[in-house]
Design a protein around this ligand. Sequence first.
Ligand code: IMP
Length: 453
Amino acid sequence: MTVTIVGSQLGDEGKGGVVDLYGDAADVVARYQGGDNAGHTVVHEGEEYKLSLVPSGAIRGKTGVLGNGCVVNPRTLFDEIDTLRDRGLDPEIRVARRAHVIFPYHRVLDGIEEDVKSEDDNEVGTTGRGIGPTYEDKAGRRGVRIGDLTDPDVLRERLEYVVPLKRALAEDVLGVEVGEEFDVDALYEEYREYGRRLENEDMLVNAGKFLSDRIDDGENVMLEGAQGTVIDIDHGNYPYVTSSNPTAGGACTGTGLGPGVVGDGEVIGIVKAYLTRVGSGPMPTELAGVEGDTPGYDGDAGEREEELATYIREAGDEYGTVTGRPRRVGWLDVPMLRHASRVSSFTGLAVNHVDTLAGLDEVKAAHSYTLDGEELLTLPATTEQWGDCEPSFRTFDGWPEVDWAEVADEGYEALPEEARTYLEYVSDEVDVPIYAVGVGPGRSETVVRERPF
Ligand code: IMP
């Protein structure tokens, strides 16, 4: 069977920890979208591993697959594999031949376009990893697929077509002088070598066939989404989105498994007990702000809000895994969760960072929005409308700091009563049961109610 893990907010919900927890019972962990824009931290035997491309399950001896919906930067891939090997691990990684390749020119173009947009304060705040430009080339039918790296003639032909186009775009349209990132010969040599390594290490697969064969053999497959619902290119707040589908539909198109297979399994929505955001775009429940990212924020949102935002940011270590940027912080947005659950058909929820909010007098959650005098229970379809939404909050009693490791040991009933009230409110509103509650960074610091495999 499959278990699909989907971020229900804006990314950084703590998916890695849940994948790690439930992944124990999985034989294969596959990513279906995104690339090295996805930071995940896994704590294993006291050691911390920060990964951006390799699926986290690979640290624990599972087969890690990068599905066809992913965009793969081979430099990052081999860097991560080599670093894990240096630390004594031997990850088994397979890469879909149909996945697309991120080249250095994609990263350069990502940076240039963000610079151009920033002149009018329109930048997305991307991770700068070349994700958007690579998916653009995929959709424009001028991309290079991982399988092409193994065929010298095809690789050269594709590069000879696309690289001059990209150079002209950078230099003639965007007016920026570029360098060896746009040199066909240099790219060919380096990427041909990656192709050889992928072949020599037997890493290449037809993802759909590989995964369905494993399922037919009775194995468990976890489908690991990166980013989150509200930065999904279709269901998110366009244009402040990533360029792929983190929602559950992406698990089908991005692996080659059909909706019958994915829908026959479980789909778990990962929720952070509050909300964070990296980069620009609306965030109706935001507390204070981050200069440069929060639209219109001038560094002063009032003492109380600044204090709360700083408290949560520090307690939750809310700094980007990939970029190190401080994350924007706000209260839980329940209309967002209703939207996420509908799009992905959640069968269970995992709510993380419940410990982070401990010690606050009160905790709030946006129950609905008001837009043009009307109450909305879910996200409006345009980003501009979402930016105009006024949240209506429910206020809950805060919960005390307790021995969270002990709570994790004892189970759900050991959670402070106030925290349970908050969690039950969320579960009722979204109409999905809570499978797990994260009360600390390690996977043992999780209250487990259901095991989906
Ligand atoms: P890109 O994916 O680098 O193109 O960035 C597009 C948007 O998605 C930006 O707002 C990023 O901050 C956001 N984003 C991309 N990856 C992540 C992630 O792993 N966590 C949170 N936000 C992300």
